[in-house]
Write a protein that binds this ligand. Structure first.
Ligand SMILES: *[C@@H]1O[C@H](CO)[C@@H](O)[C@H](O)[C@H]1NC(C)=O
Length: 466
């Protein structure tokens, strides 16, 4: 029964991919930020139409612009809205203010406009404003009560967005920990997240990690490109990209506070495509690699090493450039789309082109249906794949929490001690450990499904009776 169901599911997923149709559920993790610090933004209606032509399923507003909320009515697109930091004192001290806020910004548009989350304030804890920080939780509680009173308590969640600088340590990921000076306030906020089932929203930016450590190997690590990885000695996980490392550092920090069940949402992440001549990192090429490979990584459903098999909800930053933002040029150059609605660069978000042309899209892009899925039970490298590609696949697969000890010295599959043999073992094991969709046997189009059992002597390749 279970086997039938699994086969049905994979076949369905394969067909879905082949037809280029994406079910709402399959990519619900792709969101985008809609900042409005600009004087050249397209109309809300044009934006709603643009979003509907993409795989983007959720939009995060920093405020609650009624024109945008209305334009997104009946599109099925989830909407995250925010209260201004300046509203926090009134929300905290006056339940009626909270009630009016919820009535005006949520009840008035729900359910036609699918509001899913209210962020009370933005990066408040890092602001250093003690008074505001102390009022954050009461404000969230009053907003939650107002939603409950409107019978929307289980439909619209309440949270707040945090900066990555809350972490005192993020390397290695297993040692991720929050700055102890925030422990008390975070304990209260996390207990609220935990009790109400709302996510912990945070802004990891590999871009900023690269800026503070601008070495080529750091760039490759940040852009999901082939690299030797960063080994976490505590967990024995070799991290292959900065996004996973940062998200897992947050996971570890939450776990260390005792909140293993609080979900993480990536409220912002992105890479600027343009900067001033003295800025390191911004370029079309880098922005396309980061955002494109991130989308491919999320679509692979690999998850992170500490949270395998599920893609964290991720809001890209951002839909448009914000030309009125202060600071270096990069601050005004994160937009995935231009104000004339054309793409700044293509990362395969358009509904009509689901295969991004991103280089090199580790780990996977939708596979071509070369083998017959029915008897093809093992995942093997294609012929003629370069050593560099095999090494990248080997590193990637073994970085995803599978057991690669059989191909280490003394293991049953160590001999023959060749890159081709070790990569083949790891790639197949990764495929078998995943939900065995075609996506899990792609490895940047260097792998294929095979019906020939590659096992030999004492070395068993799992798989077979699919
Ligand atoms: C989180 O919520 C669950 C279920 O309501 C509860 O059992 C658990 O004790 C909470 N965890 C913490 C650390 O408060």
């Amino acid at each position: 029964m279970a086997v039938q169901l699994i086969r049905f599911t994979s076949t369905f997923l394969l067909l879905t991919l082949l037809l280029g149709v994406n079910t709402a559920k399959s990519q619900s993790f792709i969101g985008i930020n809609y900042g409005q610090v600009a004087d050249n933004l397209p109309s809300p209606a044009a934006t709603a139409k643009l979003l509907q032509s993409t795989a983007i399923q959720k939009v995060r507003l920093y405020g609650s612009d009624p024109a945008i909320i209305k334009a997104l009515a009946n599109t099925g697109i989830g909407i995250v809205i925010g209260t201004a930091n300046g509203d926090i004192p009134a929300l905290a001290s006056d339940p009626n203010f909270a009630k009016n806020w919820v009535n005006a910004n949520v009840v008035a548009y729900y359910p036609s406009s699918k509001i899913i989350l209210i962020n009370v304030g933005n990066e408040v804890v890092m602001s250093g404003d003690k008074n505001l920080i102390n009022q954050l939780l009461p404000a969230m509680q009053n907003v939650k009560s107002a939603l409950d009173a409107a019978s929307l308590g289980d439909k619209v969640k309440v949270s707040t967005v945090h900066s990555m600088s809350l972490l005192q340590q993020s390397e290695p990921p297993s040692a991720g920990i929050f700055d102890p000076s925030f422990a008390d306030v975070l304990k209260g906020l996390l207990a609220f997240n935990n009790a109400t089932g709302s996510p912990f929203a945070i802004n990891p930016y590999p871009y900023f990690a690269y800026r503070s450590d601008p070495r080529p190997e750091t760039l490759a690590f940040c852009l999901f490109q082939p690299n030797s990885g960063r080994f976490d000695a505590n967990t024995k996980i070799n991290y292959m990209n900065m996004f996973d490392a940062q998200v897992d550092a947050v996971r570890s920090a939450l776990n260390a506070m005792g909140f293993k069940n609080v979900e993480i949402v990536v409220a912002e992440t992105g890479w600027p495509y343009k900067g001033d001549s003295d800025e390191v990192g911004p370029s079309i090429e880098n922005a396309k690699a980061y955002n494109g490979n991130l989308i491919a990584h999320l679509r692979s459903m690999a998850g992170t090493p500490l949270m395998p098999g599920k893609s964290v909800d991720t809001y890209l930053f951002a839909i448009y450039d914000e030309d009125l933002k202060p600071g270096p040029s990069s601050e005004r150059s994160f937009g995935l789309f231009k104000s004339d609605l054309t793409m700044t660069y293509d990362i395969g978000l358009s509904k009509s082109s689901q295969t991004p042309s991103v280089t090199p899209a580790m780990p996977k892009t939708p596979a071509t249906p070369s083998a017959q899925p029915k008897k093809a039970a093992w995942c093997v490298p294609k012929a003629g794949v370069s050593d560099a590609q095999l090494q990248a696949s080997l590193d990637y697969a073994c970085g995803q929490g599978i057991d690669c000890s059989p191909i280490q010295p003394g293991g049953a599959c160590f001999e023959p001690n060749t890159l081709a043999s070790h990569a083949a073992y790891a790639m197949n094991l990764f495929y078998q450990s995943s939900d065995r969709s075609a996506l899990d046997c792609d490895f940047s189009q260097t792998a294929m499904l095979s019906s020939n059992n590659p096992s030999y002597n004492g070395c068993t390749y799992p798989g077979g009776s699919s």
